[in-house]
Ligand binder design. Structure first.
Ligand code: ATP
Ligand code: MG
Length: 442
């Protein structure tokens, strides 16, 4: 039986003294947008993650605004505004690096729609949705109850049409409406959002949503691979990547997106160790996010697809292929199959291949080779990857230790100096300058 909440006739209104959201916690730019819309006579509210995270006492990643102004109105009000999206037409108001996303209230599905602005696919997916409506209607079109809370700049109150505040207090992630299956069919990406918010915010997925996720995981294969690329990055760069992996697997979502890796992990003999390596990589990603360090999408994809590449290369080596060609071909094959489900832009897949290629080159560290490798534009990523493999028991820990030490050696420092201003530029080691020959590790 569905546990979903029914529509309250009126929203619950939490006045300024009944909620903890202070304007000091909202970015100046978001406030600027909210006030200017209000002063021009429009309704304007903060919505989505901004309200949710502030109510949870967390720092929002970004601020989204919902309004009854149409995108063209927003463009007229802000010089620094760009209209984007075909599927959902939105206004982006940019202030330096900060973008405030402004969306017009949307009408419900199936509502009278003279302009024919909603388009559905045969299996019920929303293809286009530019039909505007009221704030109440807009709330019911959102994904989760906790994401449908509005902070109204007119009187600083929080409006709750879907019992999101109660769910937030109880730590429950619930799809809006009484038919979770329909909501997932409309947009299967909501399944990935469920996993991400559940993991990142430590929420329990409501039982009826949990069941629907199990049933509909396969629908993910109908989502455009390019859209999934962004969602995968958001999942694994959420700071809770290890939990996300567990949850994606539990629902069959990982398999839907990464069938090659899932197949490798399912092998009772070799699978657990290969999965351990990915977990090691994700723990490292989580730690880097926690410490405010950079994370690269290519590193993530290199890690997820490492098991399939090893399997493919192994088969080719067994068939007598020459090693360099075997690994290169294996990389091409695995990436080619992968992009049919989740796309990987060329600028990233090239780096993925370089990281893999370095795994073959880093063990060959005798003589001048080590210095040359140090100048490789992806040396650092390749070395980090090698050390993760070592930690997962898949590569020689001494090799990792050797490279760690070598980077600190006089020879390496000398070689690194000219490249200091241009870390991504390979420099040629100067012959005869190194004071100590690197020791080979077999
Ligand atoms: P965060 O920005 O922290 O990732 P968010 O909830 O703000 O979380 P956004 O992707 O910025 O997520 O979307 C803003 C809001 O738009 C959401 O809170 C939700 O109300 C609505 N929304 C986003 N994606 C969907 C979707 N696929 N289906 C329905 N509503 C959505
Ligand atoms: Mg947001």
């Amino acid at each position: 039986m569905s546990q979903a909440v029914q529509a309250p006739v009126q929203p619950r209104v939490y006045s300024r003294d009944q909620h903890p959201i202070s304007r000091a916690a909202i970015s100046d730019n978001a406030l600027k947008v909210l006030y200017r819309l209000r002063d021009a006579g429009f309704r304007s509210c903060l919505v989505g993650g901004g309200v949710r995270d502030l109510l949870l006492g967390r720092e929002p990643k970004d601020f989204d605004v919902a309004t009854d102004a149409h995108p063209e109105d927003v463009r007229r009000l802000f010089r620094n505004c760009r209209l984007i999206g075909r599927r959902f037409r939105l206004a982006h108001v940019t202030f330096g690096r900060e973008i405030i996303e402004v969306a017009t209230f949307r009408a419900p599905f199936g509502a009278e729609n003279e302009e024919g602005n909603i388009e559905l696919s045969e299996d019920g997916r929303i293809l286009r949705d530019n039909s505007y409506g009221t704030i109440e209607q807009d709330a019911w079109r959102r994904d989760f109850t906790i994401n449908a809370l509005y902070y109204d700049i007119a009187n600083y109150s929080v409006l709750d049409f879907t019992n999101g505040v109660i769910d937030l207090h109880e730590g429950v992630l619930r799809l809006i409406g009484d038919d979770p299956e329909q909501r997932l069919r409309e947009d299967p990406v909501r399944m990935l959002r469920a996993v991400r918010f559940g993991a990142k915010l430590g929420l329990r997925i409501a039982p009826e949503v949990d069941q629907a996720l199990h049933r509909f995981a396969g629908l993910l294969t109908s989502v455009a691979p390019a859209r999934l690329f962004d969602e995968v990055i958001k999942l694994f760069h959420s700071g809770a990547a290890v939990t996300c992996l567990d949850e994606l697997e539990r629902f069959g979502l990982f398999e839907a997106m990464f069938p090659q890796a899932a197949e490798c992990f399912a092998d009772p003999e070799t699978g657990p160790a290969q999965r351990d390596f990915l977990v090691e990589a994700l723990k490292n990603t989580d730690a880097r996010i926690r410490d405010g360090m950079g994370v690269h999408p290519a590193f993530l994809y290199a890690a997820i697809l490492w098991a399939p590449v090893r399997r493919e290369a192994g088969a080719r080596l067994d068939a007598g292929e020459e090693p360099v060609a075997a690994w290169q071909q294996a990389g091409s094959m695995v990436l080619e199959r992968q992009v049919q489900r989740v796309s990987i832009p060329k600028r990233y897949s090239l780096v993925v291949r370089e990281i893999w290629e370095l795994q073959q080159r880093l063990p060959r560290n005798q003589g001048g080779r080590a210095l040359k490798l140090l100048g490789h534009p992806r040396f650092r990523a390749g070395y980090d990857f090698l050390c993760l493999r070592a930690r997962a028991g898949e590569a020689d820990p001494e090799l990792c230790a050797w490279w760690t030490e070598f980077q600190d050696s006089d020879a390496a420092r000398q070689q690194q100096r000219p490249a200091a201003g241009a870390p991504d530029t390979a420099t040629r080691p100067r012959r005869g300058r190194s004071r100590r020959r690197p020791r080979a590790v077999s």
